[in-house]
Design a protein. Structure first.
Length: 467
């Protein structure tokens, strides 16, 4: 706990879809929130995340929240899939690349020839422009003149910190987030970053909880009452994981759910990860690599549901689908997740669906099967905690519990795991975590006949389909 008495903590949560400023009390209770949509636009060369609306929004939101409760600490948190490159004067040398940009085939081919090994960076080249290294390589080849002016390279998360405080920094959970820019075992620059000359321009590495400086006047308005200390900030999924560490948990697997389902299992040996199963590592704020697996769960649930509300799913329909052997096979996105080589091959086989209830039920069943495969990919045998939107999906939860009969599964009752985890940083003076309570609800397994046989047949069909 910080020595001085904190009043308000604001987490600036810059997501891909929405930007939020959330005011917490020192007890991490949500007091107020402001929100706008993120702005993305097409640039002449690649899709762009428009940074300026973020700061115009914060110019208004931060003074408003400070008027409710004086804001002493500001903690930036953001998705980890973008990088910012700055000129000597602090201006962007090139627009921030939207990770949904599609790089040209020749750029991808050239990058694949130089990308570092999985055993060094614990991340394969991801679809679109999700990999930081590819973003920099693309920009460097696309605009060599502009790129030659780059003086500072820092994650999107710390670009937010920089604009708020005026101090440039990087941070390990952000820099090591499936970036190929960091050697995971040494926490230093990757061989790729050194060969390309990027490492020379990395912003100084700071701890997520370190104070960079005071909130710049531009964001304070006319009567700012709080101290306005800006922290270095944190990768959003790593912030979510931090919240559970702060509850005293150590041997557990966290399923952080939303648009993506990310499984974190610190107990797994990262050297045994199979990169073909969309595994990777994230590095927590304390600098420890954590074995992870990915599945585009929220998106695939949406696609497979085809407009049917998840609330329409029922055990009766799930049992019917199992009995008649209707299978949804992976994958409905460009990544196969834990089932290799199935990207964009999603389909339904067996007796067709008859109504929206069956469609919602099949989506829940499919996602539970895919998440179970994710858990296998990170050798999960310990307690499972489901956080985020999927923690409210009763049918999904109970099917998953049935698929993992030897593990205890709980749903987190926490509404704001990611932002609450980021707010934890305001309570830290060093690497000692605050001791915070956590409410978990145990999940009983669904009583579904033939589920294990259905799972084995589903997996066999999924992995043996002809290309």
């Amino acid at each position: 706990m910080r020595k001085e008495k904190l009043r308000g903590i604001v987490v600036v949560d810059v997501g891909y879809t929405n930007i939020k400023a959330i005011l917490f009390s020192p007890e991490l209770k949500v007091i107020a929130e402001r929100k706008i949509a993120s702005v993305h636009r097409n640039g002449p060369d690649y899709k762009i995340i428009d940074a300026e609306p973020v700061f115009e929004f914060l110019k208004q939101a931060l003074p408003e929240l400070d008027a409710i409760l004086p804001v002493d600490v500001i903690v930036p948190s953001a998705h980890g899939a973008c990088i910012a490159v700055l000129k000597a004067n602090g201006a962007l040398a090139l627009p921030v690349m939207d990770y949904a940009s599609e790089p040209p085939a020749d750029i991808v081919a050239a990058y694949q020839k130089i990308e570092p090994s999985f055993s060094e960076v614990y991340c394969t080249l991801l679809p679109m422009a999700l990999t930081h290294g590819l973003q920099l390589f693309w920009q460097q080849h696309l605009k060599p003149g502009d790129f030659s002016k780059v003086q500072t390279i820092l994650p999107w998360i710390q670009y937010i910190s920089f604009r708020l405080s005026g101090v440039a920094a990087s941070e390990i959970s952000s820099m090591a987030c499936q970036s190929q820019l960091i050697n995971v075992t040494t926490a230093g620059p990757s061989s790729l970053a050194q060969r390309q000359g990027w490492a020379l321009h990395y912003a100084p590495l700071r701890k997520a909880w370190e104070r960079l400086g005071l909130l710049q006047n531009f964001f304070q308005g006319t009567a700012f009452m709080g101290q306005g200390q800006v922290l270095a900030g944190v990768h959003d999924s790593s912030a979510n994981y931090l919240r559970y560490l702060a509850a005293g948990l150590s041997d557990f697997t966290l399923l952080s759910t939303g648009t993506w389902v990310i499984a974190f299992n610190q107990s797994a040996d990262i050297a045994k990860l199979d990169h073909s199963r969309d595994t990777n590592t994230n590095t927590d704020v304390l600098g420890r690599p954590v074995a992870c697996s990915r599945f585009f769960g929220g998106k695939e649930l949406e696609v497979l549901s085809a407009g049917a509300s998840p609330g329409l799913a029922s055990f009766e329909d799930v049992q019917k689908l199992i009995d008649q052997k209707t299978f949804a096979l992976p994958s409905y996105s460009n990544s196969g997740g834990p089932i290799p080589h199935t990207g964009h091959r999603g389909c339904i086989v067996g007796p067709p669906l008859e109504n929206d209830s069956e469609r919602a039920s099949l989506a829940a069943l499919y996602c539970a099967l895919m998440v179970a495969a994710q858990l296998d990919a990170v050798a999960s045998t310990n307690q499972i905690i489901v956080d985020g939107p999927f923690s409210k999906h009763r049918i999904f939860l109970t099917i998953l519990a049935a698929l993992r009969p030897n593990q205890n599964l709980s749903a987190s009752d926490m509404r704001d795991g990611t932002t609450a985890g980021a707010a934890c940083l305001a309570l830290m003076e060093g690497p000692v975590l605050p001791n915070l309570s956590l409410a978990l609800s145990p999940v009983a397994p669904a009583l579904l006949k033939g589920l294990s046989f259905y799972q084995r047949e589903w997996h066999q069909i999924a992995v043996n389909r002809k290309a």
